[in-house]
Design a binder for this molecule. Structure first.
Ligand code: PEP
Ligand code: MN
Length: 349
């Protein structure tokens, strides 16, 4: 349930409303939208509470038709949210491209990747330090060493960095180095990890699990927001279906559906969906055409020798080429792609 407060409601009235709801055992979120204060009441509400609240001084209207992910729902916050990552806005006028290798492997590799993707127009650098690998024998990531190397690459290029956190006990460490924390598909329902990401200051990139519905993704986002961190970006990265040609099936419909249900920005990862570099650019174009606020693309200076996900990683040259096509699609849907030294020479028609 949400309560929309009267315009001009006093601070004392607001505090009274919150105290009342908390005394009834509810968790409460307070937000403002276009000068209106909206109080979200988390958890189930009975008719009695709804009618008492409707008559409370300062309450203009109560609405019970909001979904269980009250805080991330459009109903709660009709305007699309923007999420700032170290000065880069996701969910604004531009499509924001995040690119870089699956895993950070060495200083040479991550700095070369960072320089290449920055020149081609990426606004943020990705790179895994802690890798959630299906096999225990797969490369598990360089841990804190990788985080230090990401900080060097950031220094070299000015690109803020995104890195995955796989364990609750690492949240503080990853947040110390990275500008944005990624929660990967395999941890989308690791609720304690989500809560811990809610209690730290960095924005969170939350990826949809292979087998999760969009409502489950939104409930996962709700965990982060309900624990105190409103800066969440949703990411569609392909789901498991009967199709085996691709690594996962990119659910392009996630973009319009999530945009309808939630105010959070939505980005798409075509790399983990495709599983093959040949298909990354067309899926990326489809995502931008469908209205995605950004993309997450795996790029490696030498994909043939990558320690993880080389088969789906673009070379720096292929990424630059993909960006040229993307700029044309982005222009067609009136969402320019800012950034990159190639911007002017590859301007869209
Ligand atoms: C990744 O981004 O490298 C990754 C492991 O992604 P996902 O969680 O979507 O599989
Ligand atoms: Mn990967």
């Amino acid at each position: 349930m949400i309560a929309i407060l009267a315009r001009g409601v006093s601070l004392r009235e607001k505090a009274d409303i919150v105290r009342f709801l908390e005394s009834e055992g509810h968790r409460v979120s307070v937000g403002t939208l276009d000068g209106e204060t909206i109080v979200g009441v988390l958890g189930p509400c009975d008719d009695g509470l709804a009618s008492r609240l409707a008559g409370w001084p300062g309450v203009r209207e109560t609405r019970r038709d909001v979904p269980p992910y009250a805080l991330v729902s459009r109903e709660h916050h009709p305007a699309t949210s923007t999420v700032k990552v170290a000065g880069i806005t996701i969910g604004g006028d531009d499509v924001v491209v995040i690119a870089g290798p699956c895993s950070v492997e060495s200083e040479e590799q991550i700095v070369a990747a960072a320089r290449g993707v920055a020149a081609a127009g990426a606004r943020l650098l990705r790179g895994g330090a802690f890798k959630p690998r299906t096999s225990p024998y797969g490369f598990q990531g360089l841990g804190e060493t990788a985080l230090r190397l990401l900080a060097i690459a950031r220094q070299e290029t000015g690109l803020p960095v995104v890195s995955e956190v796989v364990a609750t006990e690492d949240v503080e460490l990853v947040a110390r180095y990275a500008d944005m924390l990624q929660v990967g598909a395999r941890n989308m329902q690791n609720f304690r990890l989500l809560a811990a990401c809610g209690r730290q200051p960095r924005p969170v990139l939350l990826k949809r699990a292979h087998m999760a519905t969009l409502d489950e993704l939104l409930l996962a986002a709700e965990y982060v927001v309900a624990n105190g961190n409103p800066r969440v970006v949703l990411c569609e990265r392909g789901i498991r279906t009967f199709e085996t040609a691709t690594r996962n099936t990119l659910d392009v419909s996630a973009v319009p559906v999530l945009r309808e249900r939630s105010h959070l920005p939505v980005i798409v990862d075509p790399s983990h969906a495709a599983g093959r570099r040949e298909w990354v650019a067309p899926l990326a174009r489809a995502a931008v055409a469908a209205g995605a606020d950004g993309l997450l693309v795996e790029v490696h200076p030498d994909p043939a020798h990558a320690l993880s996900d080389g088969r789906q990683s673009l070379t720096i040259e292929a990424f630059a080429e993909a960006m040229r096509g993307l700029r044309r699609v982005a222009a067609a849907v009136e969402r320019p792609i800012a950034g990159g030294t190639e911007r002017l020479s590859s301007a869209c028609p």
